[in-house]
Design a protein around this ligand. Sequence first.
Ligand SMILES: [Zn+2]
Length: 511
Amino acid sequence: MMRKISILDTTLRDGEQSPGASMTREDKVAIARQLVRLNVDVIEAGFPASSPGDFEAVRMVCDAVGDGAVVCALTRAVESDITAAAEALSHAARPRIQTGIGVSESHLRDKLHMTPDECIERIRRTVLFARNLCDDVQFYAEDAARADCAFLARACHAALESGATVINIPDTTGYALPEDFARRIRYLFEQVDGLDEVVLSVHCHDDLGLACALSLAGVAAGASQVDCTINGLGERAGNCALEELVMAIHVHGQEMGVFADVNTRELARTSRLVSSVTGMRVQANKAIVGANAFAHSSGIHQDGVLKNASTYQIIDPVEVGMATSRIVLTARSGHAALEHRLEELGFEFDEDTLDEIYDRFLELADRKREVFDEELESLVGEMGRQSKSIYSLQALQVSTGFPLTPTVTLTLADETGKQHTVATTGDGPINAAYSAVNQIVGVENELLEFDVSAVTHGTDSVGEVYVRISGPEGRVFTGRGADPDIIVSSVRAYLDALNRLLHSQRSESDS
Ligand SMILES: [Zn+2]
């Protein structure tokens, strides 16, 4: 009999902990809707006790998801955290509270200052407390991969006896080797009575590039849930990438006796949405969803693939939604055609937003004749980010060439509608434009990364620019801009990052 592997997606919680990947509530709702289309089993929506914003985001995700997935909220083993999570989940059709505590020697001694017995007592108390507020409680044993095995078994046993329905074994620091991790899971199944009657989950980090291998080792040893994130986002080197795990199960599920009930054709689109919302680019050679994942450049390979695709290719790109772009719309497409196409791509908007998107679409279609799906997604993604604008681009004039000194005249509007114009020169047109922006915005920042790429093929493609900047306290912000003119994209991306920096400064001075 084939065993089902549940997929818990924690892009909205662990993924958001990637430096620079913070998301607004609206971003989280858009990703949650897409995760439902992808058909994940559980969505970890946030950590409600961490901030009022996160509390509200969890609530909004519950409303958006309905009964499309279990919605889970993270807590520490602290009663007030658990109460906040239960409140935030009160709208969920299928709520789950995740609570837990560090169980390794260093967590007990250096972080928690607890004896092992005190830790077990805390587990019993808090799991029971959570169970009284919610029927579905996931217990995580933080740093389980480095914990003493016998103590880990005791902790799991205590959680089970107190009513936990899922036991989560994380490799919090990404330390383990697959075979050792599997042995640990098998040991737990042998030692903990009743563990085979609940769900055992694994949560692995990619510090050694092993997150997916560790998760699969866990599955082979009997785990029936895996915590993942889209594009492998997450703390430090990130979590197990959902698309990698799901496709590994897709390719090898038969021999492993397992399957995952995920709509693989939504993988590429989900990856693009998360990348565009967070501004965290996917590297070209990334497995499954990278731009080169299905590209063959060697002549020998190309020949083989043309004769029989399976010669050098284990996955059909169509199966993960990486099919080639097709023409969708032109300047002659009407409002209804655009709305229909957006619906097919999974977007829902109110009338006002649709009108705004239509205007932007016409502007784009006038300039580049054919608009592809990816360009439409890029435009919508960018508009979502621009809605939080403090400064917006009004006009830009650039004169550059060889051997000219690049000159830029730039006008920005602030949120009161007041216009600011600056003319300046620079080493290059983007350098000149950025120094004009800085003269107007006037906030200390450092450009850490600048990346430009084409959304589709062809020299007339929309150019997407990603930037990463660090603010006065070293916090990292990402920005993204899309336009057929890459100097315009560059300015939009920089403004997006600066707007996010300004917003965070404001929300900090509010609280
Ligand atoms: Zn984690």
